[in-house]
Design a protein around this ligand. Structure first.
Ligand code: HEM
Length: 527
């Protein structure tokens, strides 16, 4: 079978840095919200360049432009995005064009048609404007999609550009757990990283299939053994205590920059053994290399200009590789030492692999956890009865509350897979997916699947069971940091509510429209 090379994935905004897939959260203006949902068929013309049928996706811009318009917020730990820019030269010029490019090859509806005989067109998930709609409208669109008999295809099936939207729990689980059919290698995000970026910076495990995926995962799993995580737990508690100390001392207004972004960044740096004095420089480089992918922006700012961000990423990885060399000579009690001194399948991790792994942890572990924490505080604020329930029995209910926060908020909206062979989804007689086609695994929609979750929109910290797919649908790529993320959220909320039981958000969170993740830029809070 030929390896599909089409990179026109359904997802958005993921910038793939050296070694990962997560999007960045740069400080950028967000697009205005359109009043209505873009329908799938609007009688548009096929654009000349339909390279990227991704929603809100891949929209990026030169780092310079981003910085000129709004300085990066040092508090926002974002991943080095530029690496992926480089991969994507062909970009639809603006949101409307991107929307057009992603349209399915269905005939436009005649203007005079009274009532269509068939079901109405679903909202267009491939249209960047869809991801700027209010959350309730997007949720309603997914609810409607879940009621359909099979996945809807968005894009142009004839050219192979587009994706089947997997919106049901069972479908996301099937795709996640059948890795020989649903490949990650062609890229789980859009745009896929350019070959030279992959070569230069190393491949991310999220974009690998077996046997390379299994080999790399075995190596990096050393960071997540129960023994190591036990040790990390102490650090997580200590850092949570320090953060709450700081809240009391400095009374910051923004929960995201003061707490939610800080905790996972400090935890990962501590795990790796990054010296305190180097951390700010790393954070600064990470921020410089990032940009707002996934956010629809005006035409003039939709050009990619790789270079500066990539250089920042390279420098950041260079620093980490340097620490690696030092630890190889004089090992300490940290993960970098463990990774560079251990004999792994007959070899050692190279400096480049170490840098790539560190980037992966930063982008996969910081952004997600930060968004989960911010959504979590807000959910508890707007559901006072759940908050009271939690505070009544913090130890007994915190684990369930954290799971429910992740289900309800679903920090990562989607990842993609590419079909290795023809496949009938759901078994014989199911929807035929063809080799080379892409599917988008919509975790947020799966987490509201009424077949699995009674009253799925309710935020219920006592929900049992809670088989949410916030960390993925199982299978070989299941989130490596799931346990760590839960540890961090549990420790932080325990410390916060034990010492400051009045802590709550004020007003609405500042969200960043994205088709990839549920980003919170800032969240005011009080205590
Ligand atoms: C609430 C926080 C988090 C959420 C919601 C989350 C979610 C996810 C999701 C949905 C995936 C893809 C799973 C799949 O494709 O089947 C993933 C993969 C991954 N996550 Fe997380 N994650 C979180 C925290 C973390 C943390 C703290 C780390 C590490 C420090 C981490 C490291 C990774 C890695 C390395 C992968 C790729 C695994 C592979 O491809 O084998 N994540 N995560």
């Amino acid at each position: 079978m030929e390896t599909p090379t089409d990179t026109s994935a359904p997802t958005a905004d993921i910038a793939e840095p050296a070694a990962t897939a997560q999007p960045t959260v740069p400080a950028q203006a967000t697009a205005p919200e359109p009043a209505t949902a873009p329908a799938k068929a609007e009688g548009r013309e096929e654009p000349a360049e339909s390279a990227e049928p991704t929603p809100a996706a891949d929209v990026s811009e030169p780092a310079e432009a981003a910085e000129a318009s709004e300085p990066a917020d040092a508090s926002e730990v974002s991943q080095p995005a530029d690496a992926s820019d480089a991969s994507d030269a062909s970009e639809p010029a603006d949101a409307a064009e991107a929307a057009d490019a992603s349209q399915p090859a269905t005939a436009p509806e005649p203007a005079t048609a009274p009532e269509p005989a068939t079901a109405p067109e679903p909202a267009d998930l491939a249209d960047p404007r869809f991801w700027q709609l209010p959350a309730a409208d997007r949720a309603a669109a997914f609810e409607e999609l879940r009621r359909r008999p099979g996945p809807v295809f968005f894009g142009d099936r004839a050219t192979g550009r587009g994706f089947h939207a997997l919106v049901r729990h069972a479908d996301v689980v099937e795709a996640s757990r059948t890795p020989a059919v649903f490949l990650s290698g062609p890229g789980v995000t859009t745009p896929a990283p350019a070959r030279w970026v992959r070569l230069l910076f190393g491949d991310s495990m999220v974009n690998l299939d077996d046997p390379r995926h299994a080999q790399l995962r075995r190596i990096v799993s050393r960071a997540f053994t129960p023994r190591l995580l036990d040790r990390v737990e102490e650090d997580v508690r200590r850092i949570s205590t320090e953060l709450v100390d700081r809240i009391e001392r400095e009374r910051p207004e923004d929960f995201v920059s003061a707490v939610a972004a800080e905790l996972p960044f400090q935890v990962i740096c501590t795990m790796m053994g990054i010296p305190e004095r180097t951390r700010r420089a790393i954070l600064d480089l990470v921020n410089r290399s990032s940009e707002d992918i996934g956010v629809a922006r005006p035409l003039r700012r939709r050009f990619r200009a790789p270079g500066r961000g990539l250089r920042a990423l390279g420098r950041m990885q260079g620093i980490v590789a340097g620490i690696g060399r030092e630890r190889r000579r004089r090992p300490e009690e940290d993960l970098i030492s463990a990774l560079v001194t251990a004999d792994l399948d007959g070899r050692r991790l190279t400096g480049r692999e170490l840098g790539a792994f560190f980037s992966l942890l930063l982008v996969a572990g910081v952004e997600t956890t930060r968004n989960a924490l911010a959504h979590g505080l807000h959910l508890l604020t707007v559901h006072p009865e759940q908050r009271a329930l939690l505070l009544d029995d913090l130890d007994g209910r915190l684990g369930g509350a954290v799971d429910e926060m992740i289900r309800h908020a679903t920090p990562i909206i989607q990842f993609n897979r590419t079909l290795a062979v023809d496949h009938e989804l759901g078994g014989t007689g199911g929807t035929l997916l063809r080799a080379g086609e892409k599917v988008a695994l919509f975790y947020g929609s799966a987490n509201r699947d009424e077949v699995v979750f009674p009253d799925p929109d309710a935020f219920d910290i006592t929900r049992t069971p809670n088989p949410h797919l916030g960390f993925g649908g199982g299978g070989p790529h299941y989130c490596l940091g799931a346990h760590l993320a839960q540890q961090e959220m549990t420790a932080l909320f325990r410390e916060l509510f034990t010492r400051l039981p009045e802590a709550r958000s004020v007003g609405e969170p500042q969200l960043v429209p994205s088709s990839f993740d549920h980003r919170v830029r800032s969240l005011r809070f009080t205590f």
